[in-house]
Design a protein around this ligand. Sequence first.
Ligand SMILES: Nc1ncnc2c1ncn2[C@@H]1O[C@H](COP(=O)(O)OP(=O)(O)OP(=O)(O)O)[C@@H](O)[C@H]1O
Ligand SMILES: [Mg+2]
Length: 412
Amino acid sequence: MTMQERLFDLKRIYEQIKKRPPSRSLGLLRNPFPPTGIAGTGEEATPFYPRQGYIKVLSEFVRSSLQGSDFCGLVVMGEYGSGKTSLLRHFAKEVASAQARGIPVGAVYVANPGTSFADVLQSMTRSIGQTVLAKYAWAHVINWLKVSPTDDRFSAVGLPVPPKDQLATLSDAHEFWALFHEQLDISREDIAGAVTSVMQQTLPDLGFAEGLSAIMLGDRSSASKTWSQLTKTLPPYSTKKPVPTERMASLMTVFKSNGVEHLFLLIDEVEDVVFYRMTKKLRDDFTATLRASIGEHGGNLSIALASNLPGWHLLVRGDASLEDRFKFRIELTELTSEEIHRLIGYYIKQAKAPASDVATRIFQGPVIDLLFKFRRRMPRPILTACHSLVENFWNLDHEPSPKEIEQFLTSD
Ligand SMILES: Nc1ncnc2c1ncn2[C@@H]1O[C@H](COP(=O)(O)OP(=O)(O)OP(=O)(O)O)[C@@H](O)[C@H]1O
Ligand SMILES: [Mg+2]
């Protein structure tokens, strides 16, 4: 996003208010390194360094996805702090920006799938959003009534048949309301009942016909309660137990009607779930739904999973039909010293004092060699070490010597 497109530059305002004098000893305006090394907590400013090793795999994954004949799966494997979350989030950002430029794609990032596939579906629902879903449902109801405006169809849902010419031009919720409530004097309850009944008959698999009608009719308090139930737990309103694969199909229809021809579903932290929270039964259900969704929506859906290696193996254990579908693989291995150099360079660039090359000299020289020698060579330990190093030497009255840096980096 360029400066011109921004409403305000919050980062700059923050820095003006919380200003501390730049560090002369380090040649930095601020500390650019993340303090905790958890991706996604500090936003826009976090730089992303695309590692050479996976750029090609990612574009092949996208190409193959958009060709659309077959299901495409990607697994991102890596241990703790290796950059899985940053990669998926960055991927989601790229898709969103393509979407903003008119490409019919979309991405849903699920931070942690929970213990059943239903949780993934909640995240998808949430990402569509209440307003869009209600608009979609209204259009759906109106079309259904218009397709075959027989007496039977209307009486089955408890509505009178409106004058033909008025029905023909009906196109949105406001007009529906004006016609049935204001002109034909149908009560709010009866309209809600009709909407619910249409939804149940035609889109039962969204799983929340009654809840959705509260949202559609703009009943604020019950709408917001309903929405939080819809997106958190299993829908309480459902007349039948929602079947995950059917609900997935309905959600895919909604995405499609919103111009998303291809959906990238990005599921992070898979290991957390398969290891700590899933019983064998839950795991089997999860993989069964995953497999079914892949089979049904192959051409319009791609899934990327991020997990550590044992988590991935546990998820697909003994299931070749699932494992074979995830043919794109990225393994986030330890950084080479060249990669540490580049990674740190991306951060330094954000905060380097103009006309000073101290930061470059320090961080691109002795620091890298030391980190390479003494730290686990993954982004998190490398970046958090840089963060604490900057904090430690911020107010020093001279440029820290290689000896001082070494002492600091080897002391904790
Ligand atoms: N390619 C990259 N470019 C810039 N920063 C990165 C990159 N990869 C990782 N990082 C940074 O390293 C830290 C750890 O990365 P991240 O949280 O993505 O790892 P993770 O593999 O998801 O960890 P966990 O196993 O705890 O979920 C974060 O601060 C993140 O911003
Ligand atoms: Mg992560």
